[in-house]
Design a protein around this ligand. Structure first.
Ligand code: 5GP
Length: 192
């Protein structure tokens, strides 16, 4: 059996990675599985343990780092986020195409670890503008002003890293952006 792809979707917080990812996943022919991350951030209303994230305390997370359990990890606006290593490789071995939705620091770690792997696909999702991104981050209404400002400042810095990805996709329209990502995945699968 052919080993699955590792698909890395990154881009600034608030750009709509989650929404686009859910749309892309509607195409079951792509054989995608979502890598559920671990985080120390408290759950937002409606977020579900083991579906959106594995929510853990800082001590558990730090132990995970110490034990080498993460493929990558990063601190984002005061909280830890990381990709559990185990699932990614075992699912790829089963021929599944594993989808990571992560911020840029973690993506950098993954892309450098896998630089010789032809089955890694990296995609950066761009917001139509910084103003639009601010509107989206504020629209969530789940964070304090200070955190919103931090996320916005971070987004501006994150945008400068887009050239490190194989593809950049503009998210001005969810359907179009998702269709483009599906096409990219399909084409790569056909080449294998
Ligand atoms: P949020 O708090 O909005 O859910 O996530 C904050 C940022 O962390 C987003 O850009 C999100 O994509 C990213 N993120 C989520 N899971 C991971 C992960 O496992 N590793 C890294 N590096 N970033 C993650």
């Amino acid at each position: 059996m052919k080993k699955g792809l590792l698909i890395v979707l990154s881009g600034p917080s608030g750009v709509g990675k989650g929404t686009v990812r859910k749309q892309v996943f509607k195409d079951s022919s792509l054989n995608l599985v979502y890598s559920i991350s671990m985080t120390t951030r408290p759950p937002r209303p409606k977020e579900i343990e083991g579906v959106d994230y594995f929510f853990v305390d800082k001590e558990t997370f730090l132990k995970g780092i110490e034990n080498g359990n993460f493929l990558e990890h990063a601190v984002f606006v005061g909280n830890y986020y990381g990709t559990p290593k185990f699932y990614v490789e075992s699912l790829r071995e089963q021929g599944k195409n594993v989808f990571l939705e992560i911020e840029v620091e973690g993506a950098k770690q993954v892309l450098s670890k896998y630089q010789d792997d032809p089955d890694v696909l990296s995609i950066f999702l761009l917001p139509p503008s910084i103003e639009e991104l601010e509107k989206r981050i504020r629209g969530r209404r789940s964070e304090e002003e200070e955190i919103i400002q931090e996320r916005l400042n971070k987004a501006k810095r994150e945008m400068t890293l887009k050239n490190q990805y194989q593809y950049t996709i503009l998210n001005d329209n969810i359907k179009r952006a998702s269709d483009e990502i599906r096409d990219i995945i399909r084409k790569r699968l056909n080449k294998k």
